[in-house]
Design a protein around this ligand. Structure first.
Ligand code: YH5
Length: 266
């Protein structure tokens, strides 16, 4: 899953798709095409910055950023379009314009989100987050992060089922970096097989995240090698979709693990 960020204040690829204060649709399409050629099966389009401390984005602004891009990608590329949003109206409109996956870091907890997601008939990734982006990294606390994240996600699965969203439509994501210390992230990565054993495809995103900065002292533009290591380690522990800013490199790294796995059955 390649990340296509449409926020001007993105920390990881800060506003590179902007022409002044306007999203440059042609630039964004060029990035989308590049990631698809590099082997992305899914492009994740987000219009709300969820990085620690980010300011909330009004729904209308989020929709104005994301929807034109969904429409163009659907028309021009053969790739599944994922929409990274918690906004019910955007879920509905994106589905209408050709989105193929809803990716909600708030696991459909906003008012009206369960109903909107249900009505789209699309698959949905439910992610765990403790707190809200502006404060989530202040003092994350868990008694047992793996159990609490699993329990939270299973509660959201139950809520989905109550709204007519079948289990076969659901993917789970422990939400690396979303209200988690480095130790919490490590525990979740080591415990990923337990999450995978719940019976849903597991999606993970480590790409360029601050846990790498904290562990290795790397600035955001120097985090690719560690991101690749984490992608392979997560695949090995049962992750089935890797969310990344660097599709070509991640595909190569994971392909080596896949080849090694396959060689065991020869
Ligand atoms: C995710 O893990 N993450 S947006 C801060 C960074 C670098 C990257 C400090 N949406 C996920 O990518 N959706 C995001 O440097 C996501 N899983 C799912 N399902 C945050 C992000 C980032 C934040």
């Amino acid at each position: 899953m390649g990340v296509l960020n449409t926020t001007p204040d993105s920390f990881s690829d800060g506003g590179t798709l902007y022409q002044g204060s306007l999203l440059d649709l042609d630039k964004a399409m060029a990035r989308a095409r590049e990631m698809t050629s590099a082997g992305a099966n899914i492009l994740d389009i987000g219009g709300e910055s969820t990085r620690p401390g980010a300011r909330p984005v009004p729904p209308a602004e989020e929709m104005d950023r994301v929807l034109p891009l969904v429409e163009r990608i659907a028309a021009e590329l053969e790739v599944v379009i994922s929409v990274d949003t918690s906004t019910p109206q955007l879920m509905r409109e994106a589905a209408r314009l050709g989105a193929g996956l809803l990716n909600d870091v708030r696991a459909l907890s906003r008012e009206g989100a369960l109903e909107a997601a249900a009505a789209t008939h699309l698959p949905i990734c439910l992610m765990h987050m403790q707190g809200e982006p502006n404060t989530m990294q202040v003092a994350p606390h868990y008694d047992d992060v793996l159990s609490q994240v699993s329990e939270f996600l299973m509660e959201r699965v139950a809520a989905c089922e109550q709204h007519g969203i079948g289990r076969e439509r659901l993917l789970l994501d422990p939400g690396f970096g979303f209200g988690k210390s480095v130790a919490h992230n490590m525990r979740l990565l080591n415990g990923l097989p337990h999450l995978a054993a719940l019976g849903f495809p597991v999606l993970v995103g480590f790409s360029r995240k601050s846990m790498i900065g904290k562990l290795l002292g790397r600035d955001v533009e120097q985090r690719l090698p560690a991101s690749l290591a984490l992608a392979v380690l997560a695949a090995e522990r049962g992750a089935r979709i890797i969310r990344t800013h660097d599709v070509a490199a991640t595909n190569d790294a994971v392909a080596m693990w896949v080849a090694l796995e396959e060689s065991m059955h020869e």
